[in-house]
Design a protein around this ligand. Structure first.
Ligand SMILES: [Zn+2]
Length: 165
C-alpha cells in the first residue's frame, strides 16, 4: 500500500506516503507530493471492500425493515433509502477513483521505513495484514466476522441447552 504514486496535480512521479492512521473500519494512508505539495488520502482496497459490505448490509437491513412493515413503505422512506444508497455508492466509488487518478510509479522503490509505517495495536496489525490481501478480502471480512460471532453465539446456546436445561 505504501507506494510512490504519480501526482494528478503536477504530474510529477513524487507522491510519497507520509503516514498511516486507523479509522473505524479501515486505515488511511496520507500522501504528499514532494514537488507541488498536493495532499492525498487513500483508503486501502481492502478498506473500501469492508465499507462496501458493511454499507450493503446496513442498507439491506434498513430496506428489510421498510418492506416487512405493515402496508407498503411510503415514498419518503423509499426516497431516503435510495438517496443513502446512491450517496454511499458514490463515496465508495470516489475512493476507488484515486487509484486511477494517482497511479503507482512503475519503477518506484520505496524506502523500507515507508513500507513499514507504524502499526501499534493488535487490531491495527490485523487490519494491516488484511489490507495486504486486497479488495476481495475486505469484501469478505465483515461476513467472516459476523459468521464467527454467530458461531460463538450458537455454541454458547448449544452448551447452555445441552448441559444446563
Ligand atoms: Zn504534485
Amino acid at each position: 500500500m505504501a507506494e510512490i504514486r504519480k501526482c494528478a496535480n503536477c504530474e510529477a512521479p513524487e507522491m510519497m506516503p507520509v503516514s498511516r492512521e486507523m479509522q473505524i473500519y479501515h486505515s488511511v494512508y496520507r500522501y504528499k507530493c514532494q514537488s507541488c505539495g498536493e495532499d492525498l488520502e487513500m483508503v486501502p482496497l481492502a478498506g473500501v471492500g469492508i465499507e462496501m459490505t458493511v454499507g450493503a448490509l446496513a442498507l439491506g437491513f434498513w430496506g428489510m425493515i421498510l418492506f416487512h412493515g405493515a402496508g407498503s413503505p411510503g415514498w419518503l422512506a423509499l426516497g431516503l433509502l435510495s438517496g443513502a444508497s446512491l450517496l454511499y455508492a458514490f463515496l465508495a466509488f470516489s475512493k476507488l477513483v484515486t487509484y486511477w487518478r494517482y497511479p503507482v510509479v512503475a519503477s518506484a522503490t520505496v524506502a523500507a521505513e515507508l513500507t513499514h509505517l507504524p502499526t501499534k495495536h493488535i487490531g491495527d496489525r490485523l487490519m494491516a495484514g488484511l489490507e495486504k490481501l486486497g479488495f476481495l478480502a475486505g469484501l469478505l471480512a465483515p461476513l467472516l466476522f459476523i459468521g464467527v460471532i454467530l458461531g460463538i453465539a450458537f455454541l454458547i446456546g448449544y452448551v447452555n441447552f445441552t448441559y444446563f436445561e
